[in-house]
Design a protein around this ligand. Sequence first.
Ligand SMILES: [Zn+2]
Ligand SMILES: [Zn+2]
Length: 601
Amino acid sequence: MKIKYCEVVFPLKIDALTYSVPEGIDISPGLPVEAPLRGRVQKGIVVRIKDDSPDIPENVLSIKRVLMRKQILSEPLLRLLKWMSEYYFVEEGLVLRSMLPSFLLKKDLKEMEDSFVNNPEGDISYSTFYFRGDIISDEDFKRMLYQLPCAIIIAPGYDEVKRIYNILLPSFKERLCQFHSRLKASELRRVYIEIISGKYNLILGMRSAIFLPVRPSVIVVTEESSFSYRSKRIPKFNIRDISVMRAYIEDIPVVLTSRIPSIETLFNIKTGKYRVLKGLDPERRDIIPEQRNDVIFRRLTESKDTSIRIIRIKGSASLTNELREEIYRTVSKSGRVLIVLPRYGYSLIYCGDCDGLQRCSCGGFYIFFKEENILRCSRCGGKRGVINTCYRCGGYKLEFRGSGIEKIMEEINSIKDLNASIKKGSDDLDINILIRARGAVKGDYNLGVILDADIYLNIPDYRAEERLFHEVITLTDRLKRGGKIIIQTRMPELKVFSYIKKLNFKDFSYDELKKRKEMLYPPFSRFISLSIRLKKDISFETIKNEIIKRGAEILNFNTDDGRMNFLLRLKRGVDPNMLCDYFRSLRQKKWEVLCDTEPWV
Ligand SMILES: [Zn+2]
Ligand SMILES: [Zn+2]
């Protein structure tokens, strides 16, 4: 039967739109097309064929032309797009925008048409495995990968990509490629065409690599517990979860690896959804699961003898005397120190007259960057010249509050008789002290320092303690045998420190799961922060009832600045689709609906 209508998604903040298919044009899902939108011809992707006619056929515009005869999104990727839009409550266009490399729809696609080839299929079907440790260096793993037609490895950041690349390059040589946003646009385009033409059988990348239109035979997600897999901006996708879903849709195995599992992964292991991977059998191309799951709790300090000390911060000092002494001792024995402090710049600025910090109009705090002599907003990145008087009250009683990396560098430099070279950012082998916002960096250190654990714990979020635990684990990975860790805090009596001190992840995670179950926090539910711009013709009561009818619980509600803001909870097992359809129907009526699926709670 002749196809009369189809739905097209454009890489814009809108849902799929219906178009008619003119005589003589052949359409199938996944094809790139040009179609009129908002008075212009724009490039989009056909996502679905429509069997029924639209309500008012005269209002439907026609597809202009097909840009190439190859699917830019394969069948599984089209399903993934739909799932992401429903699971994260966002417009399909926004999902498409994050799936396609930005160069793709800007260029002429015709020249790419002949490049697309189909990979042969792998022979192992879907299952999610968890592997504790570094699977990349495992010889069986490398041998197994070598035999597979196509594997995708996802890493949370560029440092990790570089590390894996260096490990795998000697065995894979020209069969290995990198695909991520750190490549130059021209390079990215070249690699993309080579990937679709089947040149590589091992693709290593960060978030964007999971959306490549190849047929993978396995997906590996390294450092699965990394918080970097969650986007910081809306839509808040989680690349780890998307990887698992893609593997499910493609019916292939996915392997999540890390030093310690995230609480969600642990929950999925406990409930039997994920299996623990024991090893690989490259001869038989088989994955061997563990019989007993508790091997994932093997002692974390097994070979390293790391000692951990928790030190109480008194007053406003950022470096306690104990820490100064330890740094001095380490450096004078030619040891190396790694300090983690997730605060860039020099300091925040406080006004004593109106008792508040200097803030940007976006709500973020201004941070003073001493080296550049500038103020920069912590949230929007907006810059301002340095000030002598308070923005709010004009007062002169300005002082520095809190210490950023620049200020700590100054303070360490002032340690008496300390003969050390200090650097911030990336590692250099000839320096003694490195200060970074995150612990993930290569290198061997004798002393690791979490300068202010309270920065992690004061975030109003149920994941705060988990996050701190992970930062400590990352730090232990960077230490030499017999290394020391010092953690400074104003709250050493908190229970989490008794677990951290012994690197007792097992009891910590059981405690954490128990707590989350009692409070009905994820993974026992999902939170959604919802914001709707108010319109006259509908009441809060109506919206509230519609939401409750679709299975969500309203935990919190307020109106401000012409918007209705809700905090919703979806219990496990509640299908998000109904809610998603409702938001979509509001958007169709030109309502502005914003959903944050990873709010701070
Ligand atoms: Zn003031
Ligand atoms: Zn700002």
